[in-house]
Write a protein that binds this ligand. Structure first.
Ligand SMILES: [Zn+2]
Length: 155
């Protein structure tokens, strides 16, 4: 399987991916982003079909801000422990703008995705809107972070 597949049109994605993008868009309504004014939403689908969403949560103490991806991933870990994550979608838009903006996940979120992937011994597909308004489907978190920190060195 290719590590990345790009799509010029959202309609070319599979129905599950389109649904997750839709849920991620909905989640941006709960973004708390008064500082960046950049609303991010994420949606995760589990092996049993459950969908969990997250949105970015900012704070006046900027380093405390949390990305939408990690809000959703930690919700999965705490509310659905042991359930395998199949896929996640991430979308973003500027506040008061309807059209989506390219919003690639930051390095910290990629590192967290990677460890979730390692814990469940299965890849997590990641879908995001890349540059040039192309949708990007990544086959795994590993493909997004080839040389991520591996906790095994701590043992
Ligand atoms: Zn992030």
């Amino acid at each position: 399987m290719n590590e990345f597949i790009t799509y010029n049109n959202i309609e070319d994605l599979d129905s599950e991916s389109k649904y997750l993008i839709h849920k991620a868009k909905e989640a941006t309504a709960h973004s708390y982003s008064p500082y960046s004014k950049f609303c991010v939403g994420s949606a995760i689908i589990l092996e049993d079909g459950t969908v969990i969403t997250g949105s970015n949560q900012e704070n006046a103490s900027y380093p405390l801000c949390m990305c939408a991806e990690r809000v959703a991933l930690y919700a999965v870990a705490s509310q659905f422990p042991g359930k395998r994550i199949i896929k996640m979608a991430v979308v973003a838009h500027k506040k008061n703008h309807k059209e989506l903006a390219p919003g690639s996940s930051c390095g910290a979120c990629r590192q967290v995705m990677l460890e979730f992937e390692q814990r469940q011994h299965n890849p997590i597909e990641v879908i995001m809107l890349g540059p040039g308004e192309k949708w990007v489907k990544c086959s795994s978190a590993r493909s997004l972070l080839p040389f991520g920190f591996d906790g095994k060195v701590l043992h």
